[in-house]
Design a protein around this ligand. Structure first.
Ligand SMILES: Nc1ncnc2c1ncn2[C@@H]1O[C@H](COP(=O)(O)OP(=O)(O)OP(=O)(O)O)[C@@H](O)[C@H]1O
Length: 402
């Protein structure tokens, strides 16, 4: 059983408070904005502190991350004696879509082995209403392009295959994820359930924390720097989570609207079209490309931004999409018929740029995989099932032993 690690003097050890203004400023860069705890905000967060026991069962020991609608904490389940992730939703019915769609997934998706579905759920009474909490199995790191170089290509391609299988099983049940991005995909983690807190903090970094500043708190709460999962604790299993805006097609009960981060968003959604399985496939291929190249396939840093890079790589956008771009101003030139891909920036050149040493056969296969999904017309994109059976996809998986 996890022992209750204590500091000298008997105070339980739950990390360190910031000591200097510099430390405080550095912490503020990587945690959720403090105003998310202001009760006058929309989507108010629930204040939590390390050492708190939620629902008389979950001892909060560290921080895992946060998103637009939740904070996520590492906790020890005192009943089951294992570590879990607690996703504490913002105030209101914000979490209801995720619970509703997860119930749908648990009921109807045949293979959920690579989907992060909840183990339990409970409500925390807040100052102005309830906050839903979803209890998840504890996962490892998400995709961080800057650290991908430390992960062997075989593990990255295995992740790509597992993710595609997860997408296929969702699609077979009629569910579109709608938010496939690097933050919602996670590797597994070697369990630390039997380690004491000292050992956990040694492995994942000591929490650095600060009492939530500048707002009148109605209960104790802290801003805490998230864990850093070291490479030696990462496993090769790969999972898809965060179904906050997932939708069963033709089910009006799922109403939460939203787009994936722009870098992962399909061009048709950026032109106001409805979500579809094909949108997920575009986002999947952006993730596949990041796993393979370690860089996004369509850089956003050049003049013309993301869409400019797409046009460089794939040629002009369909002319019927002109004036439909949802983040104006767009450029008329993107829709001028007959523009061919720029040979310096097309998919082949991009693969060569990031993998100059790769042999031509591998390059051709990767180009073929990307070219069958990075197609403007959603109806022409390969489905998850088709891509899993595609000879080039299979060849790359075989090459890396996945
Ligand atoms: N089961 C888990 N195990 C470990 N870490 C997790 C787990 N679930 C979520 N996280 C971490 O918490 C972060 C935020 O989680 P999540 O994306 O589900 O929140 P969100 O509020 O839905 O975010 P967004 O607004 O970006 O959609 C993730 O990026 C990940 O780092």
């Amino acid at each position: 059983m996890a022992s209750h690690t204590a500091l000298a003097g008997g105070t339980p050890d739950f990390g360190d408070f910031v000591r200097t203004e510099d430390e405080e400023l550095d912490l503020e860069e990587v945690v959720e904005p403090w105003h998310k705890y202001d009760l006058n905000e929309t989507r108010v967060f629930y204040p939590i502190y390390l050492g708190e026991v939620l629902n008389e069962r979950y001892l909060v020991e560290h921080r895992l991350g946060f998103g637009g609608g939740s904070t996520v904490w590492m906790a020890h389940d005192l009943q089951e004696k294992k570590d879990v992730a607690l996703k504490v939703m913002a105030l209101g019915d914000w979490g209801d879509n995720e619970k509703h769609i997860q119930d749908e997934i648990i009921r109807n998706v045949q293979d959920t082995s690579h989907l992060v579905t909840y183990l339990a759920t409970f409500l925390l009474p807040g100052k102005k209403g309830h906050h839903r909490v979803l209890v998840f199995p504890l996962m490892g790191p998400c995709i961080y392009p800057v650290t991908l170089g430390k992960i062997p290509m075989a593990s990255r391609m295995l992740a790509a295959r597992q993710l595609l299988e997860a997408v296929e099983s969702l699609h077979e049940a009629g569910i579109v994820h709608r938010d496939l991005n690097e933050r919602n995909c996670m590797w597994g983690m070697v369990p630390l359930d039997n380690a004491n807190r000292d050992a956990k903090y040694e492995a994942l970094g000591r929490p650095l924390k600060h009492v939530i500043p500048n707002v009148e708190l109605w209960k104790q709460g802290e801003l805490v720097r998230a864990v850093e999962v070291p490479e030696k604790l990462r496993t090769d299993e790969f999972f898809l989570g965060d179904f906050g805006i997932a939708k069963k097609l033709n089910d009006d009960a799922t109403t939460q609207e939203g787009l994936p981060p722009t870098k992962f968003c399909s061009p048709e959604r950026l032109h106001g079209k409805d979500p579809s399985f094909a949108c997920d496939m575009w986002s999947y291929m952006v993730i596949f490309s990041i796993l393979y190249l370690r860089f996004p396939p369509f850089p956003t840093c050049f003049d013309g931004g993301l869409i400019g890079s797409m046009v460089d790589a794939l040629g002009s956008l369909p002319k019927e999409w002109k004036d439909l771009y949802i983040w104006p101003p767009g450029r008329d030139s993107w829709y001028e018929e007959g523009q061919m891909p720029n040979p310096d920036w097309d998919l082949d050149a991009t693969i060569k740029r990031f993998h100059p040493d790769v042999d031509p056969i591998e390059r051709q296969h990767v180009n073929s995989i990307m070219s069958k999904v990075f197609i403007y017309c959603p109806e022409k994109r390969l489905t998850a099932t088709q891509l899993l059976r595609d000879p080039s996809f299979r060849a790359i998986m075989d090459r890396y032993g996945c």
